[in-house]
Every structure is written in C-alpha cells, then in structure tokens.
Design a protein. Sequence first.
Length: 342
Amino acid sequence: MALVVKDRVKETTTTTGTGAVTLAGAETNYIAFSAALSDGDTTYYAIVDDTNSDWEVGLGTYASAGNTLTRTTILASSNAGSAVNLGAGTKSVFVTYAAGKSVYLDASGNIASVTITSADINGGTIDGTTIGGSSAAAGTFTTFTSTGIDDNATSTAITIDSSQNVGIGDGAITATLDLHSTTAGRTLAVEGSGGKWASIVSGTGTTGPILVFDDTSTRFRIASGASKLGTGVTEIFTVNTGGVTFEKAIEEQQYSLTGTVIDPSNGTIQYKTLSANTTFTESLADGEYVTLMINDGAGYTVTWPTTTWVGGSAPTLETTGYNIIELWQVNGTLYGAFVGAA
C-alpha cells in the first residue's frame, strides 16, 4: 500500500474518542478520502475540532470498508502529542503536508536538513556530474573521466562492468574482483594506525607470493614460485611446491581442564589434577587430537568415553607425576594411547 498526499481532500466526522474516525462526506469544494486513497493507503491527516478547541496531526491508514481513517501514528496534537479524545460535535478531517515530514528549501534555496535513505536517479546531473540512465552504458561519472569508473572499459583505474564485476588496475576483468599491476610491488595493502598491514604482492608472471605482514616481519606467507619477499622480511611459515616449512617454533595452546569434557577447541594440550572419581566425555571431530596430562596422586577411578586403546585396554594411571595420554579421532572412532608417566 502507498503513502498518498493529495490536494483538497477534506471531510467531516462526528466520531468521538481516540479510535479510528468514520468519514461522513466531503465538505463543499473538496473531494472525499475515497476519491484520493485506496484501501490500506496511508496519508498525513489533520483533525480540527473547533467546538472543543482540539486538533491533531498524524499518519493515518484509510479503510474503504466503513470509510474510516485509523489514526496510526500521532505526530502532534493539542493533547501533548497523544491522540485527542474527540468530544461530541462535527470535526473536520483533511489531508495535510505534515511539517515534521516535509522537505523544503531554506532561505538560501538549499534543501533543508533531510536524510535520503533510498532514491532512484535515472539520468541527469548532480553538481555538474553526469549520471547514467536506466542502461548501464548510458552515462558516466564525468568527474572521474579516464582514471575513474567506467562501464566495462579497460583503460580506467577502477572498472565496474554491467555484470557488477569490479576491476582495479590496467587489465581486462576476468573475475568478480580483479586486481591488476604491471610492476612488482604491493598490489593490495591494508594498513592500520599502528603501521601493521596485510599485502598481496605482485611478482613477475605467475611467481608472485601472497604476504601478510606485521610491519617488516612476515606472520604468514603463501608463495607460488620464486621468492619475491621485500627487504627485511623474515619468513615464519611458508607453503610452496616444495612443501610446508616452519621457520620458527610451533606453539600449541594449553588448557587447564576444570570440567570433565575433553574439547580440543580449548587447547591441544590439556592438564588436570583429579580430586575425585571422574567420568570423562569428549567432543573430538575427525582429525582432531588432544594430549591429556592427568595427575592422579590419590588413585581415583577414571571412566573414559568409548575409546579404542592402543594395547587393547584403558591405562592404569600411576599415582606419581602426570600420566600422558594421547587421544585422537579417525572416521568417527576415538583412539587412545598411554605414553607414560612423567
């Protein structure tokens, strides 16, 4: 249903109370609401009650059944902004252009303070910039010219084609987002106030790697060929055709197991000192593992989840030091191995 504002729409009503008003017919030289609105349409209305010195402005909803106008939203009224309790007598009800919802020019000829949430601009100019029509190729943003936005052109710095693909650089678009650079260097960089940045670095041909930096220290690197690392960059982790290389130590997350659920998302190394007989459960998925360190100085009874143990049976925990147990899951089966005590 539509919001409708029309000229010279005015009727009378004898409705009382704060509910919907029943419209009683157009006043002389005006038209009825039914001639301007369809069932379910909304409009800005005013009710004026000269007899009781009351008035109300709001957003109303018209219903053809019963020829009524529901006072949907009160914008202003003689009742401190709330719905007026209409008294007996004849009142005027008419379509208005509510000041709080209006768009107008200020003294300088500019549109007064207004927020536009949606608009359909089909051709024309804005501040001297030509706007395209309904066809994507009908217009360009003239202020960008040859280094701005064009429709499926390859000579511009930023290209948006008619299929909503975006190209940045000097080549034809071949993907949803296509970045181009004819020289080696940072093709894409993201920088923060602290100087940290991530970068996709172009090389020569297909040899450019993907680098993620923290200033000049590489935190992660995927290389597709010959090294193109910048000056002063230290590799921490690389993946290339030769395999995976860890240049520094691998640090696993450790976790003090306070409950009884063995969950690898808490850490791959978990430790616990038993204070009572304990039944463990687990939430490992295929391919996940946990190194479990159990201190059982009092010889408590431990009940394990369903586990296929290396050696055929669950371990008997020693009462000195930590008992080291490996748990891992493959194809839905949980496996376990007792490494020993330390």
